[in-house]
Design a protein around this ligand. Structure first.
Ligand SMILES: NC(=O)c1ccc[n+]([C@@H]2O[C@H](COP(=O)([O-])OP(=O)(O)OC[C@H]3O[C@@H](n4cnc5c(N)ncnc54)[C@H](O)[C@@H]3O)[C@@H](O)[C@H]2O)c1
Length: 397
């Protein structure tokens, strides 16, 4: 059973609390820290939390607290993590880990030096659809993964600090790209090194200093390519989609916007539909169980089970650090318009992985290019001679 100190009573703090306490869970929030007294009190009343405070260290240091959950604006993650180190409390923190890799690295080194449990709350690699898709990829159903794309776009975040580049650390690349990078990295293999990034970014709509729209490519050492598409200017709700392509198969996942649940209402009596839904009348796409569909339940299960049996969860501060490093390269590339190397001072995966051979033998003399049965019933094979390089076709009727 875990006794949680929740830091932050805003948007994600409440989603986490709903997941943590919404299913008759034995884990309880025992202290809530919020910047403002009225928010702390309201959260404490809503979730029956026995202690509230506007002093972060007071929440963290309480004797009964076994784990601290950081749900604060990006610029406050490091301060909170360092206090957890000081008081030797297990810590789990929302994404992104840092505003940049330098911050993330300091946090990673601090928790490891303090010897405390650390978990990175990347919920989108814990969604039921992701877990199923990932198992298929791991089991080889898609063969060698060539390309993995993840898209997260919506009409923009809901609090002032996100729109201030100093507090947030970036725009949609950091806010949404962190999800996409970890999703695609997981499909490709977390032990495979991301080596360079090419990124386009622009501020197309919002009156802000950060980017509100970006597309990026991340090249991995084994030749696989990842793609992220992110936007704070997308209209029509929260679009969360992944596509994975391998030598033996394909996966398309739509996690949120159009998942088979469609509803029409004139708007009379209309209520909350789903996160970032822009409308509550007309044709709507509600989400059955948001907490589960967004991965929060499976994520906390992994975090707390790992904590209790003394092992690392699937997502740790190290993963957060790798993600920040990839995103730093994306920001650099958006400026230089060049492929930029991913700088990873700490790398714990494989090294020197060469690009997998794409050559598939058909017989002793030929490689197979393609095999197909035509509409007129002929079986055609296209072959390449291993010695001469000549391409031929053979038709078997
Ligand atoms: N799917 C996800 O994993 C997901 C979704 C949304 C947000 N987040 C992350 O959660 C963190 C918090 O985002 P949010 O959407 O809950 O923000 P929010 O503005 O709704 O809430 C932030 C909370 O932090 C506290 N706070 C303390 N000091 C503050 C300060 N100086 N300024 C503002 N708030 C202060 C307040 O309690 C406030 O309610 C961010 O790091 C964000 O990236 C993650």
């Amino acid at each position: 059973m875990q006794h949680i100190a929740m830091l932050g009573s805003g948007f994600i703090g409440r989603f986490y609390a709903d997941s943590l306490q919404g299913y008759r869970s034995k884990d309880k929030i025992v202290s809530i820290y919020s910047r403002r007294e009225e928010s702390a009190k309201k959260f404490a009343a809503d979730y029956q939390v026995p202690h509230w405070t506007t002093n972060m260290e007071e929440a963290i240091s309480r004797k009964e607290v076994t784990v601290v959950c950081i749900s604060l604006p990006n610029n406050l993650h490091e301060q909170a993590v360092l206090l957890c180190c000081k008081h030797k409390k297990a810590v789990i923190t929302t994404k992104p880990l840092g505003r940049n890799a330098e911050e993330a690295k300091r946090m990673l080194e601090a928790v490891e030096k303090a010897g405390i449990f650390n978990g990175y709350l990347e919920d989108l690699v814990y969604t039921p659809k992701f877990i199923k898709a990932f198992e298929s990829v791991k089991g080889g159903s898609l063969g060698r993964i060539l390309w993995a794309k993840s898209r997260e776009t919506h009409p923009g975040p809901h609090s002032d600090w996100f729109w201030d580049i100093e507090q947030a650390g970036g725009g949609c690349i950091l806010d949404l790209g962190c999800h996409c990078v970890e999703i695609t990295r997981s499909y490709i293999g977390k032990d495979i090194k991301p080596i360079e990034v090419m990124c386009w970014a622009d501020t197309q709509v919002k009156p802000i200093d950060a980017e509100d729209h970006a597309i990026g490519l991340v090249k991995y050492e084994n030749g696989s390519i990842a793609q992220f598409e992110v936007s704070w200017t997308f209209r029509g709700g929260l679009d969360l989609r992944d596509e994975v392509m391998g030598t033996e198969g394909t996966i398309w996942v739509n996690s949120f916007l159009r998942t088979g649940f469609e509803m029409f209402t004139s708007g009379k009596g209309a209520d909350y539909v789903a996160e970032k839904a822009e409308s509550n009348s007309g044709w709507l796409f509600p989400v059955g169980d948001e907490l589960n569909e967004l991965g929060y339940n499976h994520m906390f299960m992994d975090m707390f089970r790992s904590l209790e049996i003394g092992k690392s969860p699937r997502e740790t501060f190290y993963d957060g650090y790798v993600v920040n490093s990839v995103l730093d390269a994306a920001y650099k590339s958006a400026k230089t318009k060049q492929w930029e190397p991913v700088k990873l001072d700490i790398w714990r995966g494989r090294v020197g992985v060469s690009k997998d051979s794409h050559l598939q033998s058909y017989d002793n003399d030929h490689y197979l290019v393609k095999e197909e049965v035509t509409h007129y019933g002929a079986k055609k094979v296209i072959l390449k001679n291993k010695k001469t390089g000549k391409i031929i076709e053979r038709v078997e009727s």
